[in-house]
Design a protein around this ligand. Structure first.
Ligand code: BG6
Length: 494
């Protein structure tokens, strides 16, 4: 199946996201026949550029970042013919009127029935005004569908997110708005649903009676790179927890939806977010949450700067670059089961893994008196390795009845290799088909902010500064303690 004929408007076409993710995604979709031939891409940014220059930019971005490499050949020339560029001042409604004329010509040339997808790879402050100008410039008057795709951050807290949402909603309906959380586009995150609901042996065990704890790690080796100015205002809580971490937790914890349509799935997800225990008092926040910031250190023999020495970071910054927490989903299924989450920059490996640790066999009477039984683990490897790993106990070969953990493993990245579609490829394709499952609905976003805001407020009000950890380590020591106090430990990630 290919996406319906449409015009794709890339606002911020000279920016990093367009270059690294969006153009490569469009090219992969094209190469796989998912775009068809009835489409047009309009690059929009303030900077003047000819169509030729723009196509050259797109060519080099695809050469660098796409799993399909472009060549100077017919495929490339057919693809790049669909690309045009218009210099546009997003604050000027007349420019949108020009854009309208340009669009109508393209639609006539390609036989596109007025379907328009607006991808705002722009600062969120501009979402409201661009939406208004799209409307006032007549861009929403065509007969097809109109969809708005936007990127985080969606606000800084609940009130600012609500304001941003209202501005957008003056122009677009909720079902026309596609809020990207690129973790929801990842193969193995999408696979969580299938693993849980298409296998007879997980769902009966998927609850407080059989699961001891869940661990979600999203670790990065990079520091803040050149994003100090953004990151210093945001920190790990807003940059990673409010969105990617809570989304993964939600997929693990949600109830089976009545049917697999976007609204039923998102209805279940939002219930999870509303059930997450909110920490607000100083004591709750100190007991359950770890806030860290990297100091100088080293990784693989390379000396690394501390966070406060990074470019565009206040030398006295109390922004966290590490976050760990013990969370609870307070419903019948999960009462009492800790969800340990951690994420941070400048950790030892780049890895995203979800570990479901099962309770030990009842009483352990048969074996445990003689030897330590290791719990069963289900590990979902999200990134960069993709796969599922299931750890069970088996007898070691030999006569002495020794038990050892063995792995049953499905390594998806080994089999499909580099051909796994990228998150942005899927998400762009979904948005073009109007498939909203893997986008964040407003009520999910609102519920996530309501978990995050009281934590941020407690840090501020009670002056809870981050604990230091050396770059290249697994975060402050306290991140171990929130598990060891419960008799658990972080399972090593790969
Ligand atoms: C982004 C964050 O949303 O996700 C970045 O803003 C982070 O700080 C990135 O580096 C991680 O994404 P991935 O796909 O590389 O794990």
């Amino acid at each position: 199946v290919s996406a319906p004929a449409a015009v794709y408007f890339i606002f911020g076409a000279t920016g990093d996201l367009a270059r690294r993710k969006l153009f490569p995604a469009l090219y992969s979709l094209y190469r796989e026949g998912k775009l068809g031939e009835r489409f047009a891409v309009v690059g929009l940014a303030r900077r003047p550029r000819t169509n030729e220059q723009f196509r050259d930019d797109v060519f080099s971005s695809i050469g660098e970042f796409c799993r399909y490499k472009p060549g100077e050949n017919e495929v490339w020339s057919a693809f790049s013919d669909h690309f045009t560029y218009l210099s546009l001042d997003t604050g000027n409604v007349d420019a949108f009127k020009q854009l309208k004329e340009h669009t109508e010509q393209l639609e006539a040339a390609y036989g596109i029935p007025g379907n328009r997808l607006f991808y705002l790879a722009l600062a969120p402050e501009l979402f409201g005004s661009v939406s208004r100008n799209l409307r006032d410039g007549g861009m929403l008057e065509s007969s097809g569908w109109h969809r708005l795709v936007i990127e985080k951050p969606f606000g800084y807290d609940y009130p600012s997110a609500e304001k941003l949402n209202e501005e957008i909603r003056h122009v677009f309906r909720e079902d026309e708005v596609f809020r990207i959380d690129h973790y929801l586009g990842k193969e193995m995150v999408q696979n969580i649903e299938v693993i849980r609901f298409a296998n007879a042996f997980f769902e009966p065990l998927w609850n407080k009676n059989h699961i001891a704890n869940v661990q979600i790690t999203l670790s990065e080796t990079v520091g803040v790179e050149d994003r100090g100015a953004y990151y210093n205002k945001s920190g790990a809580l807003r940059d990673m927890v409010q969105n990617h971490m809570l989304q993964m937790l939600t997929m693990i914890a949600m109830e089976p939806p009545g049917r697999l349509d976007p609204e039923s799935i998102r209805d279940e997800k939002v219930k999870v977010l509303r059930s997450v225990r909110r920490y607000a008092s100083e004591e709750e926040v100190r007991d359950h949450i770890v806030r860290g910031q990297y100091s100088s250190g080293s990784l693989k023999g390379k000396a690394l700067k501390g966070y406060r020495e990074e470019d565009n970071v206040d030398p006295e910054s109390v922004t966290e670059t590490f976050f760990a927490a013990k969370l609870f989903v307070e419903n019948f299924r999960w009462a009492g089961v800790p969800f340990y989450v951690r994420t941070g920059k400048r950790l030892p490996v780049k890895s995203t893994e979800i570990v479901v640790e099962f309770k030990n066999v009842p009483g352990n009477v048969l074996f445990a008196r003689k030897q330590d039984l290791q719990p069963n683990l289900l590990v979902i490897r999200v990134n960069p390795m993709e796969g599922i790993y299931f750890r069970i106990n088996a007898k070691a070969p030999g006569n002495d009845m020794k038990i050892q953990p063995v792995a049953m493993e499905f390594c998806q990245s080994c089999q499909v290799g580099i051909n796994t579609p990228e998150a942005y490829e899927r998400l762009l394709f979904d948005a073009a088909r109007g498939e909203g499952t893997y986008f964040t609905r407003w009520d999910e976003l609102a519920a996530a902010w309501k978990i995050v805001d009281p934590i941020a407020a407690a840090w501020r009000d009670y002056a809870i500064a981050p604990d230091e950890y050396p770059a290249g380590s697994w975060g402050p020591e306290k991140a171990e303690r929130i598990l060891s106090d419960d008799g658990y430990h972080w399972w090593p990630v790969n």
